[in-house]
Design a protein around this ligand. Structure first.
Ligand SMILES: [Fe+2]
Ligand SMILES: [Fe+2]
Length: 400
């Protein structure tokens, strides 16, 4: 199967994965194995669905990389977030159904652990009707994926816990699900403002970490509450909120480096990435290659180097199943991710440089890491050459 942008859908294409309903991702708008009705395409766009998985006889081998079970687990977490956030809006306090939360996070975590050997494809929850809730679910998923790669580091960093507890990620997941809950106290006129925020509005927006902390402290374990308070702290000390001196009540500099709880450092990277790649009411969302390049070039120093390495070795700039254009003019499908050369994945050509359809793409597989003179130049009509070039100047993230 292939990931096809909604704009490029053609009559006769068959869905390889169901399309969930954005306002209730546990139910489906379109079932799998059905032809996509042409009249539904404008509706998909309206709902913010950017691409769908379509059957393709030459790419059936990608099916096992996009696990339907994973989507199911993510949607279960989303459903809990939705139900609890709606309660919070109604009651303006946090009384979480913690056991249920832990259960659904546990379901996702155990699933990821069981599939870690099989190179789980990075698969965000994409269909949604509420940014805050889907963003929270995505940050949770991404943070669990990164945290799983950092077991030894977590045991070191959380040395005050037993090794088993130190690498247990339930509270990381819970903290991520709640990290932006304080935004519910920020006026919608600021939260959804399309343009730049002025300094007063920005100050109010930044208060969401303290609002959130006030809402969750005492209601959730301290490690999860610390994620809510500190997910905008930066490794180089350039984040927020400022600390308050207990004696004088005066603000002090924000946290930096290892002063920031390690779960908050993980949540921060997942948060930056998901916010930048997500479609918002005022922005279409950037492509992963652009976001990852900007994170590595413009935000250097802001991330914990150890977590940064795990992150960049986990998140592919070009998702598997995506159709790309190569520098020789051929069209190809990304079929693998190479953490040592993230912008040079393995691809299989589906259309030659002269525009001819290729009958058996498996015979036209190119490992771009082995060919200096061929690169990916465009994705969905977007020129990605500046990001690929910038990425190639960087050292590969070291092995973890
Ligand atoms: Fe936030
Ligand atoms: Fe966030």
């Amino acid at each position: 199967m292939l990931r096809v942008p909604v704009d490029k859908l053609q009559p006769g294409m068959i869905l390889a994965r169901p399309v969930p309903l954005p306002n209730d991702p546990r139910r489906y708008l379109l079932q799998r194995d059905r032809e996509i009705p042409p009249d539904v395409i404008p509706r998909l766009k309206q709902l913010g669905i950017m691409d769908v998985w379509v059957r393709h006889r030459d790419f059936e081998f990608l099916d096992h990389l996009v696990d339907e079970e994973l989507g199911h687990r993510q949607r279960e977490v989303y459903a809990h977030v939705r139900r609890n956030f709606e309660d919070i809006i109604r009651n303006s306090s946090v009384e979480l159904d913690l056991a249920h939360f832990q259960n659904s996070i546990g379901g996702l975590f155990n699933f990821l652990k069981a599939s870690s050997g099989s190179n789980v494809l990075l698969q965000k929850l994409e269909a949604f009707d509420n940014y805050l809730m889907s963003h929270s679910t995505n940050v949770c998923y991404l943070a669990l994926l990164i945290g799983m790669r950092l077991e030894r580091y977590l045991i070191d960093e959380r040395h005050f816990k037993s090794a088993k507890e130190a690498k247990d990620l339930h509270l990381l997941g819970l903290g991520c699900l709640l990290h932006d809950v304080g935004k519910m106290r920020v006026p919608p006129s600021i939260l959804n403002k399309p343009g730049r925020l002025d300094s007063c509005e920005m100050a109010e927006m930044r208060r969401h970490t303290n609002y959130g902390y006030d809402m969750v402290k005492g209601a959730v374990p301290a490690a999860a509450a610390a994620v809510v308070l500190n997910h905008h702290q930066r490794w180089d000390g350039s984040g927020y909120p400022a600390r308050i001196d207990h004696h004088s009540g005066e603000p002090r500099e924000p946290l930096a480096g290892r002063q920031i709880p390690v779960f908050a450092r993980i949540a921060m990277m997942a948060d930056v990435y998901d916010a930048a790649t997500s479609r918002r009411c005022y922005s279409p969302g950037k492509h992963p290659v652009q976001v990852l390049t900007e994170m590595r070039t413009q935000s250097s120093g802001q991330f914990d180097p150890e977590i940064e390495t795990a992150f960049f070795r986990t998140v592919p700039p070009f998702p598997i199943g995506q159709i790309v254009t190569l520098s020789d003019g051929a069209e190809a499908v990304v079929v693998d991710f190479n953490p040592d050369h993230p912008v040079r994945p393995k691809v299989q050509c589906i259309r030659s440089a002269r525009g001819q359809r290729i009958d058996d793409p498996s015979l036209e597989e190119i490992d771009l890491a082995l060919y200096d003179d061929v690169t990916i130049v465009a994705v969905d009509g977007q020129d990605v050459r500046p990001y690929v070039a910038a990425h190639e100047q960087l050292e590969p993230a070291e092995l973890v």
